[in-house]
Design a protein around this ligand. Sequence first.
Ligand SMILES: Nc1nc2c(c(=O)[nH]1)N[C@H]1C(S)=C(S)[C@@H](COP(=O)(O)O)O[C@H]1N2
Ligand SMILES: [Mo]
Length: 433
Amino acid sequence: MRRETQLDRRRFLKKGVALAGLATGAPVVGASRAEAAAAAVDLNATEQVLYGQRSRFVTTTRVIEGSSHRDIAPPRPNPYRPSARTPLGESVGIITPTSLHFTTQHNYGIPDINPAEHKLMIHGLVDRPLVFTVDELKRFPSVSRIHFLECVGNRPAPGGKTVSDTHGRMACSEWTGVPLSVLLREAGIKNSATWLIAEGSDGGKHEKSVPLAKALDDVLVAYGQNGEPVRPDHGFPLRLIVPGFEGIYNVKWLRRLKLVDQAYVTFQEHSRFIGSNPRTQPDSYAFGPSSVITFPSGSQRLSGRGQHVISGLAWSGGGEVKRVDVSVDGGKTYQEARLTGAVLPKAHTRFELVWRWEGEEAVLQSRCTDVKGQVQPTEAEYAKYWGFARQQLYTTIQSQLGHCNWIMPWKVNRDGSVTNGLPPVGAVVDVHG
Ligand SMILES: Nc1nc2c(c(=O)[nH]1)N[C@H]1C(S)=C(S)[C@@H](COP(=O)(O)O)O[C@H]1N2
Ligand SMILES: [Mo]
């Protein structure tokens, strides 16, 4: 009883704060971040023991997406909830804390699903259509795998001030669930089935076509993320995990899988993915090798001359990262970096290179080679390969280019400040694919 009263009171107080913010026109988000830092919580209170939280001196937050979503013409879907990027510049190791994991929803808000009422249906070209509750899925043997999740809207562009701007539509989690192949075998796959259509429960009924061969390879129906139930932001209670493929395949709030005999051109696909260069399309779903330096990266500053550790993340949809090379002279020469921890297929891999800085100008960049021998291209190599002029890389919607995995240079200036090392371009079109 007493607990309930306290909770209600707290909820009421929070509402009060938000309303006060609106009334004065104060930026609620910024204010709450500063407030959180200032407010001294009693770390010894029972509440803190029940559910842990970080130090009030740690104030890193996700980065709310800018105008590309707000520009959508009215009438806009309701509720409207912005997407947000991962603050990669402050990351360590390979796991993204779930609270900082980027989040994308195509403007339809987040459904508030009661897991006891949620069901997943498998139908179409199967012998036995099946419906599973979440509890029934948990009766199958589970697997846990660490995988990166990247939105095809990620693109290293000259305008990006920080590594969140250039690569923040990306994160890495441990996912726990049931291999989709197990569920499909339960249903019995008809010979004519070649694709499946995965559907979410959000207002936009997000749908994506997935090749059946991929579904039978390493796709998961996940209910766990980083040791706890998948959170509402990321698909509670069930989401599809399609390792190494574009983020859009990883359908959240998953409720339906229909086996079919051809790919469907679903709403999200036809509205964003069909571009003028047919060469880029068929290859676009499995990500190539990529990497980015997270320290020192844009808007950060070297604290002084002497030893620094260049640190970054590498990943590939093709499997494990085999090696990462780092250049401190804009790509003239490279040195092999050290991989600092686990090297897992289709997962972030952390690399480091110890470097002495004596106050000179330097251009730092990294290059990933994956287990298939694929090498991350430079911007010029990428443009040449796909037949684009440089400007087209930044005036074409990212999802129509495919994986924008070109090498990202960061420029260290004489005062230790770090800025974007890509030469400027004119207009940049940014669409969160
Ligand atoms: N149901 C549903 N699933 C979805 C989306 C969505 O809008 N609705 N967005 C997709 C896109 S484009 C991306 S990049 C990833 C983002 O996953 P996250 O929000 O967990 O980071 O979810 C995908 N799955
Ligand atoms: Mo995405």
